[in-house]
Design a protein around this ligand. Structure first.
Ligand SMILES: CC(=O)N[C@H]1[C@@H](OP(=O)(O)OP(=O)(O)OC[C@H]2O[C@@H](n3ccc(=O)[nH]c3=O)[C@H](O)[C@@H]2O)O[C@H](CO)[C@@H](O)[C@@H]1O
Ligand SMILES: C=C(OP(=O)(O)O)C(=O)O
Length: 427
């Protein structure tokens, strides 16, 4: 994937239509869940992202044969688990890979998985993953940076999560699907990515009830069959482009969206004065000629305002005259966008997990993304500036946004990644 910096000249309206990719954060656990079946599985709507390449590298190590059978269609087949060890070099690249623990444990009866690394914005504990698996009967030890898990028989029993955790719910579900026990997960996440994972697993023959509620009941089954499944649209990418339309005071049509997954973002943009029109699986965002109002927001688990859209919203609010207050208690240190937005003239004061934002015009500057959604905040800010912004750290954008420069050009943004000159061409 192209790692050269993203150049963007802003100050122009967005226009037309953008087809939103399918969900990265639903696709990754579904790809991992394919480990539970010995039979081939075809997935549609898999975004071509570096995170997908990373998880496939780990899966290849575990024994999965993967083949792209269409631009966004992937066939996965794991007839045997060849290794029950997910090493540091592969797990540390991406936190989502930690859920292979539950999947390998279910399929092979034992698993050793390296602790996931912390993220650019701070610690992200996995204590709930570990407590859940232990409460359901797995034996877990921690040594040398690895978690080693074994199970004597099928997992069973009840676990009550201490907070809503998407990854923790994924891991506990994956560990519980095979066998003959009954597992009840209480205070489970109702996130769209958990619901999509349950729909996928049930399509392969799992027996999970309660998707979309806080209580999930898993009745173990002896095996999962193969099958075909299409992943849901990416609500975080959709939220990003809705905010981009608002920031540039444009009218933009988003296709391949689930408007019902975007209600918290839509409500905040409406409160600011943006018109949002839902029509089937499309959404029209219209901010033309609007004087947007500042707002306050606090992130929450789904269906609340998503932390994954907080940096983008902070960038938008940095352009809206008046005072906005943004709080991110889900990830209190998710603030790497702030210093970079300062370079573009933003007035943001941070205290704990609270940003107090005094909006006003921004200006182009060289900036660097230190994580995925901070990168999105920067390209949104750049769209509002006359002049050329150069965004470094494109490897983070490649984690979550498919063919970004090309798709930005499709909606009227001047965006490009200059190709480095080959040595031979410079002779
Ligand atoms: C690949 C993927 O899908 N990533 C998403 C997933 O991450 P991830 O699944 O890692 O996030 P969680 O839902 O687990 O985290 C929610 C909150 O619970 C806390 N927590 C979580 C687990 C745990 O064992 N102990 C604990 O304290 C976290 O610190 C956080 O404050 O959901 C996050 C919250 O919507 C999103 O920002 C990420 O983009
Ligand atoms: C934070 C994200 O992903 P991850 O949990 O993999 O870091 C994200 O998608 O915004």
């Amino acid at each position: 994937m192209d790692l050269t910096p993203l150049h963007l000249v802003g100050g122009r309206d967005l226009s037309g239509e953008i087809a939103i990719q399918h969900s990265k954060n639903a696709a990754l656990p579904i790809i991992v869940a394919s480990l539970l079946s010995r039979e081939p599985i075809t997935l549609h709507g898999i975004p071509r992202l570096s995170d997908v390449d990373t998880i496939l590298e780990l899966m290849a190590h575990l024994g999965t044969r993967a083949a792209w059978t269409g631009p966004n269609s992937l066939t996965l087949h794991t007839p045997e688990i060849l290794s029950t060890h997910a090493p540091y070099a592969l797990v540390s690249k991406m936190r989502a890979s930690f859920i292979v623990l539950g999947a390998i444990l279910a399929r092979a009866g034992e698993a050793t998985v390296s602790m996931p690394g912390g993220c650019a914005w701070g610690p992200r504990p996995v204590d709930q993953h570990v407590k859940a698996l232990r409460a359901l009967g797995a034996h877990l030890t921690e040594e040398g940076g690895d978690f080693a898990a074994t199970r004597a028989g099928s997992l069973s029993g009840t676990f009550v999560f201490e907070m809503l955790t998407v990854g923790g719910t994924h891991n506990a579900l994956l560990a519980s699907v095979l066998g003959d026990g009954v597992v009840t997960l209480e205070n489970a996440s109702i996130d769209t990515d958990v619901v999509d994972l349950v729909h996928f697993l049930n399509a392969l023959g799992a027996q999970i009830e309660g998707a979309g509620t806080n209580t999930l009941t898993v009745r173990g089954v002896p095996a999962l069959r193969g099958g075909e499944y299409t992943v849901i649209p990416d609500r975080i990418e959709a939220g990003t482009f809705m905010i981009a339309a608002a920031a540039t005071r444009s009218r933009l049509t988003l296709t391949n969206v689930r408007p019902d997954h975007l209600r918290a973002v839509s409500a905040k943009l409406s409160e600011m004065g943006v018109d949002i029109l839902e029509s089937g699986d499309s959404l029209i965002v219209d901010a033309r000629g609007r004087e947007l109002r500042p707002v306050n927001l606090t992130t929450q688990s789904y269906p609340g305002f998503p932390t994954d859209v907080q940096p983008q919203m902070s960038a938008l609010l940095a352009t809206v005259p008046g005072t906005s207050v943004v709080q991110d208690p889900v990830y209190p240190d998710r603030l790497t966008h702030v210093a970079e937005l300062h370079r573009m003239g933003a007035n943001i004061t941070v205290s704990g997990y609270t940003q107090v934002i005094q909006g006003g015009p921004l200006h182009a500057a060289p900036v660097k993304a230190a994580d995925l959604r901070a990168g999105a905040a920067l390209f949104i800010a750049a769209m509002t500036c006359e002049g050329e912004t150069v965004i470094d750290g494109v490897q983070y954008l490649n984690r979550g946004y498919e063919r970004l420069a090309e798709r930005l050009r499709g909606i009227g943004v001047q965006a490009w990644q200059p190709q480095p000159m080959l040595a031979s061409a410079m002779d």
